[in-house]
Design a protein around this ligand. Structure first.
Ligand code: SF4
Length: 690
């Protein structure tokens, strides 16, 4: 086979790759023509070829741990779902999806649950990633619209990175920012409680206290007002300025703990630079005040009119390769396909008519944390989990694992049987992996790219859309799920987006609804809105997607993290990614090169705390929290602040205690977005005694 252009399956940068099949393997290099990376790859992308192959793969369906054929497994899933719905109603079943899924897979799963099962109990691990940004965008703009693009990073004079270790978590974007710094002297400010690798290339680091971002950006808004830095022409088109400013005036900088001279330099740079891009990521989103943090940032951009123009605007960067595609198909339990609203009757009616859906869900469903609590309580009796490992990665992971184990019926679609969650499944369905399946993904700047197959899937692995369509057909919905491949699904999704466009929604790719199979196969990276009604840019004209067309500033005030310190749990625990691993390492763990970077789970602890507790560098630390325990290797470093700890999220473990840090993360969530607070739990630390 000749070269195949595809997309990296890891982070939301969405780098283009060129795959060259070589027997049962392949070689991988960066695609010089892809607009996201222009040929660059990071360590994870460069090692993709080391992660393919049949070793460790789930090769056939299994029921109760025993291999079976597809028909038997699919019949079992369809029968159990149908029986559960018949006896307990549609809200007794749930689907937990993933930002690893391709848009076509995601679309079919949402259509199945929301349109044909009749429940919105379909949520996704993107709830842990981007839900606060979605909610913040909708409050400000009326839709979940990412205003910025990657080109803005090339054109900015100041890039502010908030809650983002871009150097490790989105390395190719970080390289792009550093290239802008070299080419045009772009200043870089990092706002992060930790001193991370991203700080190495920065002009200024603001080590604020965990969870205090709203206090910082409210202070910036006050300074914008006091220095007369408003854009009067723009704020004329924005509602809520006075209310947002009044709320900001009730806040103070005290929660940030920042030295006044650092804050002053930040203010002078931000206010004194027209071309400012504020990039934000999980440090903003994964918070019990995540939505308010997003709006505090958006407020400053709206007040100064710095949005939608070259080199200016807020830019959220997603963790996963297709968090954006999931948002487009309505992958969250409180959204509908194509950025339509599940709460709006006219939107529901249009989708029901388009799908010819017999029982479209009429209200939002359960969000991730509450979904697994409903599994624990027995409200959810049948559960389908696709390409994600909630038994290891959801907050209160021990309780989630116990809930899945006790669920009446659990289906897992995955590429391996060797995850904490797959081991609990009643039925396991073997999935095609990256480089074996076809579809599209959308990256953080709204660019839709193709993932293409270059290898045959091993054993009886099949693509995810096929798993869902086969079950739906067995449940009596043959016509609606009679797809012959991802191109047909893409066309349907694109056609539905035209209806959304008719309602004035932002997501409109209807110009692609008539793509032939060949044109779909050749589809080049394409940023939406495809029709480019607004020249491919949003909001420079001050028009929003609210019914009145006006933008909104949202009054917000600082709130402390939900988990309160108590004498037994004196540390604030921050979690995150390392450079060379991805999620629970089902793929990156196969590369010795990637595993060599950081070989085991660790906890960063400040030297003063380590000395006080008698914890020596490289010894084992016993961490405990109200919800669980973990044992990690000590990294003694002043990169973290006294009284705080940092631990990576990637390691799992069959038996507690292990490096499975989400066992310690509390299940507190943002009241607007439902996103859990993964970076501000409380815990205790002591030397490990075997
Ligand atoms: Fe893949 Fe992200 Fe690295 Fe690009 S930056 S190669 S998308 S992991």
């Amino acid at each position: 086979m000749s070269e195949v252009r595809s997309t990296c399956p890891y982070c939301g940068v969405g780098c283009g790759v060129i795959l060259t099949p070589d027997g049962e393997g392949l070689s991988v290099r960066g695609d010089p023509d892809h607009p996201a990376n222009r040929g660059r790859l990071c360590s994870k992308g460069s090692a993709l070829a080391e992660t393919v192959g049949a070793e460790g793969r789930l090769l056939a369906p299994r029921i109760g741990g025993h291999e079976t054929d597809w028909d038997t497994a699919l019949d079992r899933v369809a029968d159990r779902f149908a029986a559960t719905i018949a006896e307990h109603g549609p809200d007794s079943v749930a689907f937990y999806a993933s930002g690893q899924m391709l848009t076509e897979d995601y679309y079919v799963a949402n259509k199945f649950m929301k349109g044909f099962v009749g429940t919105a109990n379909i949520d996704t691990n993107s709830r842990l990633c981007m839900a606060s940004t979605v909610a913040g965008h909708k409050r400000a703009f009326g839709t979940d619209t990412v205003p910025g693009t990657y080109e803005d990073l090339d054109q900015a004079d100041l890039v502010v990175l908030v809650g983002s270790n871009l150097a490790w978590c989105h390395p190719v974007l970080h390289q792009r920012v550093l290239a802008a710094k070299a080419a045009r002297g772009t200043k870089i400010i990092v706002v992060d409680p930790r001193r991370t690798a991203t700080c190495d290339g920065a002009d200024l680091h603001l080590p604020l206290h965990i969870g205090s971002d709203v206090a910082l950006f409210n202070a910036l808004l006050r300074e914008i007002a006091e220095t007369g830095a408003f854009d009067p022409g723009y704020v004329d088109r924005v509602d809520g300025l006075e209310a947002a400013l009044a709320a900001a005036r009730t806040d103070s900088l005290e929660p940030t703990g920042l030295a006044p001279d650092l804050v002053d330099r930040f203010f002078r740079l931000w206010i004194g630079t027209d071309k400012v891009v504020t990039v934000f990521s999980q440090g903003v989103n994964q918070s019990s005040s995540g939505t308010d943090k997003v709006n505090a940032i958006l407020n400053c951009h709206l007040a100064t009119g710095r949005i939608g123009k070259p080199g200016q605007g807020p830019l959220s960067v997603t963790g996963q390769p297709n968090a954006m595609g999931g948002r487009e198909v309505g992958g969250l339990s409180n959204t509908l396909a194509c950025h339509l609203d599940i709460e709006v009757p006219a939107h529901r009616a249009a989708v029901a008519e388009f799908w010819d859906a017999p029982r479209l869900a009429s209200a939002p469903g359960l969000k991730a944390v509450e979904m697994f609590r409903a599994v624990a309580s027995g409200r959810i009796k049948a559960l389908w989990i696709m390409h994600t490992n909630p038994a290891a990665t959801l907050p209160e992971a021990d309780a989630v694992r116990a809930a899945i184990a006790a669920c009446d019926f659990t289906v897992v679609s995955d590429i391996t049987a060797d995850t904490d969650t797959a081991r609990l499944a009643d039925v396991l369905l073997p999935a095609a992996a990256w480089a074996e399946k076809d579809g599209t993904v959308t990256n953080s700047d709204r660019t839709i790219s193709r993932q293409r197959a270059a290898l045959a899937g091993p054993g009886r692995a099949r693509p995810d859309w096929w798993h869902v369509a086969q079950v739906a057909r067995r449940m009596g919905h043959k016509a609606a799920f009679d797809y012959d491949g991802p191109a047909e699904i893409f066309r349907e999704h694109a056609a539905l987006s035209g209806i959304a466009g008719g309602f004035g929604r932002d997501f409109d790719i209807s110009a692609l609804a008539d793509l032939s199979d060949g044109a779909y196969a050749d589809l080049a990276p394409t940023r939406w809105p495809v029709a480019a009604k607004r020249g491919g840019r949003f909001f420079a004209d001050g028009r929003s997607f609210h019914a009145d067309g006006r933008m909104r500033m949202v009054p917000v005030t600082w709130r402390a993290p939900a988990a309160k310190h108590e004498p037994r749990f004196p540390f604030r625990l921050n979690t995150g990614r390392v450079r060379d691993h991805w999620h629970t390492m089902t793929r990156t763990g196969r590369s010795a090169r990637l595993s060599a970077h950081l070989a085991e789970p660790f906890v960063e602890i400040h030297p003063c705390d380590a000395a006080r507790l008698g914890i020596a560098a490289d010894t084992l630390v016993d961490l405990s929290a109200p919800t669980g325990r973990a044992i990690l290797r000590a990294t003694v470093t002043d990169a973290v602040q006294p009284g705080t700890l940092f631990a990576p999220m990637h390691w799992t473990g069959e038996t507690a205690p292990s490096g499975r840090i989400d066992a310690l993360v509390a299940g507190a969530t943002d009241p607007v977005s439902g996103q859990p607070e993964s970076k501000a739990s409380v815990c205790a630390a002591r030397p490990f005694a075997a």
